[in-house]
Design a binder for this molecule. Sequence first.
Ligand code: SF4
Ligand code: SF4
Length: 390
Amino acid sequence: MEKVALLKCTEYDVDLIEKKLREGFELLGGDSYLRNLIPENSKVLLKPNLLSVVEKGSPVITHYALFEAVIRIVKEYSSDIVFGDSPGSEDTKRAAETSGLIKVADRYGVKFADFNDAVHVQVENPLIYKFMNIARAAYEADVVITLPKLKAHAMMYYTGAVKNQFGCIPGISKAECHTKLPDAINFSKMLFDINSVVKTSFAILDGIIAMEGNGPRNGNPKEMDTIIMGESLTAVDSVAVRLIGYHDVLTLPFLKAAYDTQWGTVLPEEIEVLGETIEQMKCDNFKLSRNAKVVNFLTPSLSRFVTSLTAPNPVLVFDKCIGCKKCAEVCPEKPNVITFIKQNGKTIPKWNYRKCIRCFCCQELCPRGAIVLKEKAIRKLAGLKFKKNI
Ligand code: SF4
Ligand code: SF4
């Protein structure tokens, strides 16, 4: 049985979060558990979600108070701690500064690791890639503790512990993964390849205020009052998705891929939830991502064709657009499927939907939340709208 601690924490107060995390570790085995997790003199990497340059406390990123509480505990077991992430398109250091994480880290002597410094490594027993570019700090760490944020995600439906490790791939190499792996199942297998190279020992999921709807960047904050902790990334995610309303965890492509490849523990009956119960903590009105690619079992070329017919289109919210062209910059499809036109005195993006692979990077990284996903009539007619109870 895989053990996962589920904790109720109602605010971003460092002392309170620290207390809760200590309760969680106590449930998992206490001091000896922690000593085993972080052996003496080990090099520890903390991997928060720093998706983008956003203000301190934003639900887009891991909260600085949770980050500080984790450092307080890890410091008791190791003095060699670094932290880092690689946002999709923006300056990593600036993202760390605006998030408030660097300020916290400085106070505790935790160094910032530049994830642009990468190593080219071989993947043992690869599911997708035999070789990968991985941030050196992630590859060389003895202990990696991932600190994801609980969010709805357009492409993957949900992002948490497994998806957070995508940030271990340095900036520009991420676009290539999207182009080569447009479907969620193969994309998930690539995430497992990352996680087999980067030995992630533990996950602490920040769901105190989560993100619902148009995530992972432009959704709405949602109070979940939740922290989830455990060694198995898939088990932590399996608990999280049940909290937000997915009754059958295998409807999530990445959990289905983990189950099929026996990569990680996924099924509820194989996970022991300690602390609070899922019944007590679940959120009945969490707005799930509107995307649901229903074509994950097809060949890549057929998948692309059916996806273009059925998956939602990224569309513009005209009033919010500032014409910054970031959407075109982050689009992995070359030649770019986004061009710009003038309309009512503004420069706005225009999509070529026939070429779009629906990776939703443009929606994810638009700094103004000016891109939303529009479901197609064909999906509604066919009853393919993704529902909580499937
Ligand atoms: S849609 Fe977003 S990213 Fe694209 S130009 Fe407008 S504001 Fe910039
Ligand atoms: S237009 Fe947006 S969704 Fe389509 S391929 Fe480019 S980034 Fe991905």
